[in-house]
Design a binder for this molecule. Structure first.
Ligand code: ADP
Ligand code: LRH
Length: 503
């Protein structure tokens, strides 16, 4: 048959998955081969990813993909969260367990960088939003450490996985842009920035682009997974958000997207970066996308806030009420009945990045802004979802204004698609129709770029998206309610948000 099977390895901060996409010119379907938890571990004060456990999950997933099929895999693509990396010795040994971007080692790094490069100069050169964990700041914090001093090579997480699977090193461009060491105009290294800060760019293997070949599976991987030889690995948008944006089923150019999972990444697809001072002050990022695009977006705390609340309630929860409320579906039903917009927090505030005590931090933020403190898990959940919807609206309004574009439709993709309340609140807040789906947009974007590189399908992003639109289940939410209620809620946060953006 003409059907081809591509495996998407997609590692998110909450779970890893190996998803098989079956592709033919007019057809596209997904099957989840394996999903496994992603649980970071704190060791001697530092928060690490369990990288070998994640790699084992990938091998198990590929084994499952090899088993339940009559057709062999045509290829494999890898995408993961951004910014983090592993350091290798000259012989390829991993020198240290990769550090989690939520670790606090980068505290003070921005101030150190500012001694050499102003935030204006850094933004003009890289177009990247200030986030404390950008690779640039991680490397500044690690300067002089034994691992970085000994390192022969640095591989970003998807490139590290790809190296372990194939033995071939490379640096994929979309994810490289999140290091804050890429110039979005040339789509190449920002050498002057690296030189000024004493960052050694020769640690990074050469750049590769989505669609480029990235090696074939090593024999030991074939033996372990039972896959038939040879299976090529193809570079995709290895930043999960880059693949998720490919996976947005837009049919018109006037769309905004929100990739909602652990994070909400909300913005526009552009063909050139916006590097203005206004854009910097609004903390917008110009990450690089597939096919020469720019992902002009803002990082919003996302469902992480809810995940962390649920974790806190589970740890503490002994009463019957708490036990039922920690069931996500029940919790969301209760939140849907809670008073709308009773209190909102700034879901862009870096104060919510670190793990632990999320309900308390949310309560503090409500108190600080003179709003009622949520009293129950349902009220706290409603506060989180109202706040996310408000932050979505603000990001989309700002992106449109700063880029001079008009938005008529909002696409929501990622795990948040399963959260109907969040989708409806986002439509209400934006005053625009929301098209929700697919939830596994990153895996779909990953599969589509592979399928195109293999010649199974053809066309640009709009053709890939048309295929998504015609094959994936989508749900539309129309805006409802009193729009001015959102303006009033936004006004309660106005001052706090402006202060943060200016710093
Ligand atoms: P990541 O890629 O960052 O690991 P996902 O895109 O998988 O994240 O999204 C995970 C989030 O999706 C969860 O934190 C949860 O809030 C939401 N989610 C997943 N499934 C459901 C569901 N059935 N109902 C409500 N929310 C869900
Ligand atoms: C989402 C994501 C996001 C990054 C963050 C570190 O998974 O890749 O785009 O900013 O993780």
């Amino acid at each position: 048959s003409k059907e081809h099977r591509f495996a998407a390895v997609d590692l998110g901060a909450s779970s890893g998955r190996v998803i098989v996409g079956e592709v033919a010119p007019e057809r596209l379907s997904l099957h989840e081969a394996h999903r496994f938890p992603n649980q970071p571990t704190r060791v001697l004060g530092t928060l690490h990813w369990n990288i070998l456990s994640l790699y084992q999950g990938i091998l198990n997933g590929l084994k499952a993909a090899a088993r339940n099929t009559t057709h062999p895999l045509t290829g494999i693509g890898i995408d993961t969260w951004a910014v983090d990396y592993g350091l290798l010795a000259a012989d390829g040994t991993l020198l240290a367990n990769p550090v989690h971007y939520r670790d606090t080692r980068t505290t003070g790094a921005a101030e150190k960088v500012a001694e050499t490069l102003s935030s204006q100069a850094l933004y003009a050169a890289t177009g990247i939003q200030h986030l404390p964990f950008n690779t640039l700041y991680q490397l500044i914090s690690a300067q002089g450490s034994p691992a970085l001093t000994a390192a022969h090579r640095l591989l970003l997480i998807p490139d590290l996985i790809s190296y372990w699977l194939t033995g071939e090193p490379g640096t994929e461009l979309t994810n490289a842009s999140t290091t804050q060491l890429i110039d979005p105009r040339t789509r190449d290294w920002a050498t002057p920035v690296a030189q000024a800060l004493g960052i050694d760019l020769t640690l990074f293997p050469p750049l590769r682009h989505p669609g480029d070949p990235a090696g074939t599976l090593r024999h030991e991987v074939l033996a372990e997974t039972g896959l038939a030889t040879p299976v090529p690995v193809t570079a995709v948008g290895s930043h999960d958000t880059a693949s998720a944006v490919v996976g947005v089923p837009a049919t018109t150019p006037d769309f905004a997207y929100i990739a909602t999972g652990t994070w909400s990444l909300a913005g526009l697809e552009l063909d050139a970066p916006v590097l203005t001072e206004a854009s910097r002050a609004a903390n917008f990022t110009n990450e690089l996308g597939v096919d020469g695009t720019v992902r002009y977006l803002r990082n919003i705390m996302g469902l992480w806030m809810l995940q962390e609340c649920v974790r806190a309630w589970e740890t503490r929860g002994t009463t019957a009420t708490q036990a039922t409320h920690t069931d996500l579906t029940a919790l969301l039903q209760a939140a849907a009945r809670a008073t709308p917009l009773r209190s909102v927090v700034d879901a862009g505030d870096p104060a919510f990045i670190a793990p632990h005590h999320m309900p308390d931090r949310i309560a503090d933020a409500c108190r600080r802004t003179g709003q009622p403190v949520p009293r129950t898990p349902a009220e706290t959940t409603r506060c989180v979802l109202d706040s996310l919807a408000l932050a979505h609206r603000r990001a989309i309004d700002d992106a449109a204004r700063l880029s001079g574009r008009t938005v008529r439709t909002v696409h929501i993709v990622g795990g948040g698609v399963h959260n109907a309340l969040l989708c409806q609140l986002t439509a209400d807040a934006c005053g625009l129709p929301v098209i929700a789906g697919p939830a596994e947009a990153a895996a779909l974007g990953n599969v589509l770029v592979q399928a195109r590189a293999a010649g199974v399908i053809t066309g640009g992003l709009s053709e890939l998206r048309a295929l998504l639109h015609s094959t994936q289940p989508l749900r539309q939410y129309e805006p409802t309610g009193d729009h001015s209620a959102w303006d009033r809620a936004a006004a309660r946060l106005g001052d706090a948000q402006v202060t943060r953006a200016a710093t």
